[in-house]
Design a protein around this ligand. Structure first.
Ligand code: NAD
Length: 480
């Protein structure tokens, strides 16, 4: 076992350690999960729902400990509360959806009245889940919960950057004996993750494109499906005639939430020439009112970066942009203060697509704004990206903005607001376009179906066609 040191994002000190699971240990956990899963799947939907909802209660009971640990992991309190609330919500939502989504009635085949059939759903044995550090709890469970509801066991490997929440979370799980061997957490870095992929029956990964690509290759070699939820470079297009103040507020809410460490944060803005100056002025004026939150309860709006290396990535993009002619009109490069890495809300103008700031994922609170003169130019710019996670279009009315939104190569487009896919968790579906992901929709109750295979059971209630008809092609006569 390798001992890993963990940095505290508010102090910069390494004040926590954990033991990384070896490949051998991962195989043992997956083996035990595979054995336990048979009972879990055979128990049926009601049994699974009872256990999962009992765990939802335990999560609330252990909530203070989980949130405290998560707050240290990420340096933020309110969002840690939101994360806990979100997974309790996911448990209730997916459990409620399961009976309908997984229903398998017998049916007749219209062309073959003697044959009765039903499609049954056979869950994967063990689904490996690998998650990043920006929402450590939500992204460990957003896909694990539908997999559990489907009847699979899960082996989750959270990010090594934010592991403190695992211990209190395990205590909440221990209070529900039915989940022993069904919900498993293994800790470690890339090597532990590789072992999870190698041993699992399906894998769901949330993280960066380069790691996603490695996981896709490993999954192909292991011949298992990989569901990939990767990075983004979401564009906001502000068409002529838009409400500039509204667009600025909405763009900033998206770009600055969690200090920009969000896959679907707005990371580039294209503004029509008629309102470009007004929009930049509004962005600067509104963003200038926000303050760092240095201590709990100080009324500040944003915390330090969770992962210290993110500061260097943001600085490199800003330096590259400035060297090529960009102007930073608010904020700027990262600053280390008392061990914490801070990036203040940053607005950049005079940008173009020769700059990495406009093409690579930034994952920080930076809003570059570029001017366009006609809608075709805006379309070309917004789609000039390897990413296609989501985006936003602002216009004078829903119809105009909605028309333009259909031209965006992305899996979710908010109209006259940002981040609206968040509100459709159980009701809508969206897939990631281009390199932002692969493998169906995590949104919508049907995400449960990602974790099952379909087995058709067919019964012939009529006569078996006689052997002397072997040469005839249509043994089962069509119904008349
Ligand atoms: P990352 O890709 O560096 O790591 C993610 C996880 O993969 C970690 O647990 C890591 O230990 C593990 N890992 C690394 N190498 C591995 C390997 N070879 N095999 C198996 N596992 C391996 O990502 P990160 O820096 O933790 O997170 C930030 C990224 O996540 C950003 O790109 C962000 O856009 C993306 N993200 C995407 C979504 C989404 O829903 N699409 C949500 C949040 C974050």
């Amino acid at each position: 076992m390798t001992s890993m040191a963990v940095r505290n994002p508010r102090t910069g000190e390494q004040d926590y350690r954990f033991e990384a699971a070896s490949a051998e240990q991962v195989r043992e956990v997956v083996g035990a999960a595979r054995r336990a899963q048979r009972t879990w799947a055979a128990g049926g939907i009601e049994h699974r729902n009872r256990a999962l909802l009992a765990w939802a209660d335990q999560l609330e009971k252990h909530g203070a400990d989980i949130v405290d640990a998560l707050s240290v992991d990420t340096g933020r309190q309110r969002i840690s509360h939101e994360e806990l609330g979100a997974i309790v919500h996911f448990l209730h939502g997916f459990c409620a959806a399961a009976p309908d989504v997984l229903a398998t009635p017998f049916r007749k085949l219209p062309d073959h009245p003697d044959v009765v059939f039903k499609v049954t759903y056979v869950p994967y044995g063990v689904v490996g889940v690998i998650s990043p550090w920006n929402f450590p709890l939500v992204l460990s469970f957003i896909d694990a919960i539908p997999a559990l509801v489907a009847g699979a066991a899960v082996v989750i490997k959270p990010s090594e950057v934010t592991p403190r929440f695992v211990e209190p979370l395990r205590r909440s799980l221990a209070a529900v004996p039915e989940l022993a061997g069904i919900v498993n957490l293994v800790q470690g870095g890339a090597e532990t993750g590789q072992a999870v992929v190698a041993a699992s029956d399906a894998v769901v990964f949330t993280g960066s494109v380069p790691t996603g690509r490695k996981i896709a290759v490993a999954a192909a070699q292991a011949f298992i499906p990989a569901f990939l939820e990767l990075g983004g470079k979401d564009a906001a297009v502000v068409l002529a005639g838009s409400d500039v103040a509204r667009a600025a507020t909405s763009i900033l809410r998206s770009a600055l939430y969690n200090s920009g460490q969000v896959c679907y944060a707005i990371e580039r803005v294209y503004a029509h020439a008629s309102l470009y100056d007004a929009l930049v002025a509004e962005l600067v004026s509104q963003a200038s009112t926000l303050r760092r939150s240095v201590a709990a309860g100080d009324g500040g709006h944003y915390g330090p970066m969770i992962f210290d290396r993110q500061g260097a990535i943001i600085d490199a993009q800003l330096d590259d942009a400035v060297a090529k002619g960009a102007k930073i009109v608010l904020g700027g490069n990262s600053e280390v203060r008392d061990g914490a890495v801070w990036v203040d809300p940053t607005i950049v103008t005079e940008v173009d697509h020769s700059m990495t700031l406009m093409t690579e994922e930034t994952f920080g609170p930076v809003v570059p704004v570029m001017r366009f003169t006609d809608d075709d130019e805006a379309e070309r710019l917004m789609n000039d990206s390897i990413f296609g996670l989501s985006g936003a279009v602002f216009g004078p009315d829903t119809h105009t903005a909605g028309d333009f939104a259909t031209r965006m190569e992305a899996g979710g487009v908010s109209i006259n607001d940002t981040e609206l896919p968040r509100v459709m968790m159980f009701d809508g579906e969206k897939t990631a376009f281009k390199q932002s992901g692969m493998g169906g929709s995590r949104y919508g109750a049907t995400s449960i179906m990602r974790y099952v295979r379909k087995r058709a059971l067919l019964a012939n209630e009529g006569a078996v066609p006689p052997l002397d008809k072997l040469s005839e092609t249509a043994e089962y006569a069509p119904a008349h």
